[in-house]
Design a protein around this ligand. Structure first.
Ligand code: GDP
Ligand code: MG
Length: 648
């Protein structure tokens, strides 16, 4: 092993991890780690237990590992285990460790065998182990070709991906020798994120179970599917061994004997088996940490600088000096008002790149959510036609009219215009909510002075609430104004065709050419499993097209869909999936994209779906079932413009 300094590296990273968890922050510094991946029953748990020399992991059929287990092995004179979630409690009985893993798994996932990406942190101190941090992940489940995998399989893949996609993660790909290596789930998954095999380490289990006369020599000599870090073979205990309570020491001795006596492996027996694997991992993790240390160090330094800057702001507060007190109070209140204004009105400096500011969200409510709420109003077209026909007949009375009378039209339109009240009031509500959220965000800085914070929130919120009722009165008045007199003689009003044309022009003009309307992640839901299944892409919506890219760097464009003749349709949420889905299709009976009739797009929440639909509407892609309400929206827009022009 290398020099002492090197040996200290893994414990150092352990201490960093600890420091992060005690301050209640997940470590977003991306510390180097090893993730254990493989199909169900590939032997992942067996390998980990052999490292520790104890039976301590849950066993059984089905999905046993349902939360990631971050296992820190620490070389020590005494042997015990400790969980982060009950720190200080020393476990010396490893059966109890297993029970605690099971209980803690259920605590987060519920007893109904769900899975969760929230890790369990377990630390094992033992004279038998080398310093090493490994993450035991749920097994990849096999999907029969052509079948749609159930949701849990996606969740498992997603979870594994979350870990192994980090550049800083070594991938321990566990594959049983008695299956086809080329079809190894672990190697396939690893290849997705590490195509050149630079950070993947192959582990071949169950060498004892291979058919008579076959062996894995080519693989283990790294000739068949070469990985830069190569393959290591192991022999774990069989199910029978475990039931017969064969202890791990005996199993390790049997493993050693297996390699020494096997004609295909004898020549490389010293670089095979569990102890060698453990040593190699310790070495590789150490090297890996050493390699990633410079980048890691500069990341830490950046964080330190940011914290120093924050601390500097508080250096001038001297709470015991009365004049200082007043000054500090005033400063804070002033800061609050500056912050609030910045968040609403926008600002040039320190632009938030992580989330939308209150002002930007309000902009969205006005320009996307509100029109969308108008469109969303469910109209029964048949019912409306019936009403129109009755109204016309009733107004003619005993006579048979030749022309459609204005009165009938007015009666119908008025009835529809009244329906605008709901969405308008809802729009005010949404804006108010956003203002109040913004107040909360701005008062967060006053957290150290809870009473000041409370009082500031109370005063500002009361003021907003007062304005809210005035705004609602005003909006309702505006609708009353529209109802009072409908100017059918206005140029905007002549014909729906005219109105629609105009509105198309308007939306094209307002977001001319390739101006981006929206960007964000969406999952294409209906890619067949043969082609890799549902996948997340980075979508960019402009006034003319919808494009998607491999990721938000927007370098690798996958496809560009012109928006002409497209519409949006709702897709019912399947109870198997947690995703909310909508579909885009071509109104001319053509495939929308490649050989797909529909492009199914999935989001995590209904809110996200609604807001994408609103963005699409802005780009001129209308919902399928909204012809009448779209018309109404057009009427409203026109009346609104009319109203504004009268005012000028
Ligand atoms: P996991 O689902 O990947 O964690 O797999 P386990 O470690 O729980 O192993 C699944 C089953 O395969 C158990 O019954 C093990 O006893 C058995 N097993 C694992 N490795 C070997 C091996 O190298 N040889 C034999 N004969 N059985 C093994
Ligand atoms: Mg397991």
């Amino acid at each position: 092993m290398g020099n002492r300094g090197m040996e200290e590296l893994i414990p150092l990273v352990n201490r960093l991890q600890d420091a992060f968890s005690t301050i209640g922050q997940s470590c977003n510094l991306d510390l180097p780690q090893i993730a254990v991946v493989g199909g169900q029953s590939a032997g992942k748990s067996s390998v980990l237990e052999n490292f520790v020399g104890r039976d301590f992991l849950p066993r059984g059929s089905g999905i046993v590992t349902r939360r990631p287990l971050v296992l820190q092995l620490i070389n020590s004179n005494t042997e015990y285990a400790e969980f982060l979630h009950c720190k200080g409690k020393k476990f010396t009985d490893f059966d109890e460790v297993r029970q605690e893993i099971e209980a803690e798994t259920d605590r987060v996932t519920g007893a109904n065998k769900g899975i969760s990406p929230v890790p369990i942190n377990l630390r094992v101190y033992s004279p038998n182990v080398l310093n090493l941090t490994l993450i035991d992940l749920p097994g990849i489940t096999k999907v029969p070709v052509g079948d749609q995998p159930p949701d849990i399989e996606y969740q498992i893949r997603d979870m594994i991906m979350q870990f192994i996609c980090r550049e800083n993660c070594l991938i321990l790909a566990v594959t049983p020798a008695n299956t086809d290596l080329a079809n190894s789930d672990a190697l396939k998954l690893a290849k997705d994120v590490d195509p050149q095999g630079l950070r993947t380490i192959g582990v071949i289990t169950k060498l004892d179970l291979m058919d008579e006369g076959t062996d894995a020599r080519d693989v283990l000599e790294n000739k068949l599917l070469p990985l830069r870090r190569g393959y290591i073979g192991v022999v774990n205990r069989s199910q029978k061994d475990i039931e017969g309570k064969k202890d791990i020491k005996a199993a390790l001795a049997a493993e050693r004997k297996f390699f020494l006596s096997h004609p295909a492996y004898r020549h490389m027996a010293d670089s095979m088996g569990t102890p060698y694997l453990q040593k190699a991992l310790n070495q590789q993790l150490t090297n890996h940490i050493r390699d990633t240390l410079p980048a890691f160090r500069s990341k830490l330094q950046t964080q330190l600088l940011a914290l120093d800057k924050e601390a500097e702001e508080y250096r001038h507060f001297r709470p015991d000096d009365p004049s200082r007190k007043t000054k500090a109070l005033l400063q804070m209140v002033q800061q609050f008002s500056v912050d609030f204004e910045k968040r609403i009105e926008g600002s040039g400096d320190q632009v938030d790149t992580v989330e939308l500011s209150g002002g930007a969200k309000i902009n969205r409510i006005f320009h996307e959510r509100f029109p969308f709420e108008l469109v969303k109003m469910e109209f029964d077209e048949k019912e409306l036609r019936r009403e129109i026909s009755y109204a016309i007949k009733n107004i003619h009375g005993i006579r048979t009219g030749l022309f459609t009378p204005d009165m009938a039209f007015e009666a119908i339109v008025k009835k529809q215009v009244v329906k605008l009240k709901g969405p308008c009031v809802k729009c005010v509500d949404m804006v108010i909510q956003e203002l109040i959220n913004t107040v909360r965000q701005c008062t967060a800085k006053l957290g150290t002075f809870p009473r000041l914070r409370e009082e500031t929130e109370r005063i500002v919120t009361t003021h907003i609430r007062d304005r809210e009722s005035r705004a609602k009165d005003q909006v309702l008045l505006l609708i009353e104004v529209q109802l009072a007199y409908i100017n059918t003689n206005h140029e905007d009003f002549i014909g729906f065709a005219n109105a629609q044309q105009r509105s198309n022009q308007m939306s094209k003009k307002s977001s001319a050419g390739n101006q981006v309307i929206r960007k964000g992640w969406l999952t294409i839901n209906n890619i067949s499993i043969m082609k890799g299944g549902a996948k997340e892409y980075w979508f960019v919506l402009t006034a003319e097209s919808l494009s998607w890219f491999k990721d938000d760097e927007e370098k690798e464009k996958k496809y560009m869909l012109p928006l002409d003749n497209l519409k949006v349709r709702d897709v019912e949420k399947s109870f198997m999936s947690s995703k909310h889905i909508f579909a885009i299709f071509n109104t001319e009976q053509r495939n929308v994209y490649k050989d797909y009739r529909f492009l199914e797009l999935a989001c995590n929440t209904q809110d996200e779906v609604d807001s994408w639909k609103a963005s699409l509407l802005r780009a001129g892609v209308y919902p399928e079932k909204a012809s009448v309400s779209v018309l109404l929206y057009m009427l409203f827009l026109n009346s609104y413009r009319l109203f504004v022009s009268c005012y000028r």
